[in-house]
Ligand binder design. Structure first.
Ligand code: AMP
Length: 359
């Protein structure tokens, strides 16, 4: 069994490690010869437009998948024309554009953040008037880990926000203005869908971000409004069925303290974004679930039976950002499982994570 993976970062690396356990060979593809998956598995190096390199990726593959959502659609589609490719290209395309993504979420009963398309500074003014302040201006495409977004707190922030993200001197392209959600918690739901249509969900996860980067995840426990959690689960199941989705999908949600201002179908949970891939908020599953998200993603795309998503012990996951602290001190913590990604240290870069089990 050979699985081709577009992308060779830590998610590809963890897919490869999971593949080893179940006898599946993972072959990653990345433009960067130093991509960290290459330390543990075969890595094809090439640009996404390089068909010869893509040909080396898919050669002998049973299935192709991807490990980050900004894989150029043309590259994924080129693979899909030649080899079975999951999840569906439509999911990848939607995840690459915040407006399309919100429309897809809404179509399946997952109420998105109130938002408006912004393509000029006057439009930004209109959107600020309509949605109120504070608000968050984001590029529709290409943003991740809090990049490509600016919080507007007062009207005077409009020109600077536009200059940073919208003007030709800024990042350019389409923008979206979102109302600022005064959430009480950020929650993510991870689901896996098999080729036979079976869907399994992991327990909800509570996430804490700093500067847009995930720093800590813990079990979310009870939702403020269990009915809205049920609706979110049903929405994800519907979305996956609608797209013929195969593999792991993550949906990030804002939990509001009350139901005010939230449209029907959302309840106390408002959908922020989705990731058509394994997700950082699911890393705990390696150490604290019966079958982890990486193995389940591989099982799904290979058409194998899905594993149990049951949580088997209490846990807390912390990202290691920028650098890995002294390993001896880290490992002294009772119940700590260390996962290093083998990446060079750099401010703001995810270089590893720890899961403390039995907490
Ligand atoms: P994103 O890249 O859209 O996931 O945004 C990164 C983080 O910024 C989120 O996890 C939130 O903590 C915060 N954030 C993004 N959009 C909003 C919003 N509309 N209201 C409040 N916080 C937000």
């Amino acid at each position: 069994m050979i699985v081709g993976v577009l992308g060779g970062g830590q998610l590809g690396r963890m897919l490869a490690l999971a593949g080893r356990r179940i006898g599946a060979q993972v072959r990653c593809f990345d433009p960067d010869a130093q991509a960290c998956a290459g330390q543990v598995t075969e890595l094809v190096v090439g640009n996404y437009s390089d068909k010869a390199a893509l040909g080396r990726l898919i050669d002998g593959c049973d299935v192709v998948t991807y490990e980050f959502e900004n894989v150029p659609i043309e590259a994924a589609a080129w693979c899909a024309e030649r080899v079975e490719t999951h999840p569906a290209i439509a999911a990848l395309a939607a995840a690459q554009d915040r407006i399309e993504e919100k429309a897809l979420l809404r179509a399946h009963g997952l109420e998105p953040v109130p938002h408006m398309l912004v393509e000029s500074e006057p439009q930004l003014r209109e959107a600020v008037e309509a949605l109120g302040l504070p608000a968050v201006l984001k590029t529709c495409r290409g943003g991740y880990d809090g990049k490509g977004q600016v919080v507007l707190r007062e009207a005077a922030d409009i020109p600077t926000a536009w200059a940073e993200l919208g003007s030709p001197a800024g990042e350019g392209g389409r923008l979206v203005l979102e109302g600022f959600i005064a959430f009480s918690r950020e929650i993510s739901l991870l689901a896996v869908r098999g080729k036979d249509g079976q869907v399994r969900l992991y327990d909800p996860v509570r996430n804490e971000h700093e500067g847009g980067i995930l720093v800590r995840s813990r079990p979310a426990g009870e939702a403020v409004d269990p009915a809205s959690l049920d609706r979110a689960r049903a929405g994800i199941t519907s979305l996956m069925a609608g797209l013929g989705y195969v593999g792991v999908l993550a949906v990030e949600l804002f939990e509001t303290a009350d139901r005010r201002g939230v449209g029907e179908g959302g309840g106390g949970l408002i959908a922020n974004e989705m990731a058509p891939r394994v997700h950082n908020s699911g890393h705990w599953t390696i150490d604290a679930a019966a079958c982890d998200q990486f193995e389940n993603h591989l099982r799904a795309v290979l058409g194998l039976p899905l594993g149990s998503t049951r949580t088997i012990c209490n846990w807390e996951m912390r990202n290691l950002i920028g650098s890995v602290p002294a390993v001896g001190a880290l490992l002294a913590e009772e119940g700590l499982r260390l996962h290093c990604y083998g990446k060079a240290e750099k401010a703001g870069r995810k270089v590893g994570h720890v899961t403390v089990v039995g907490v």
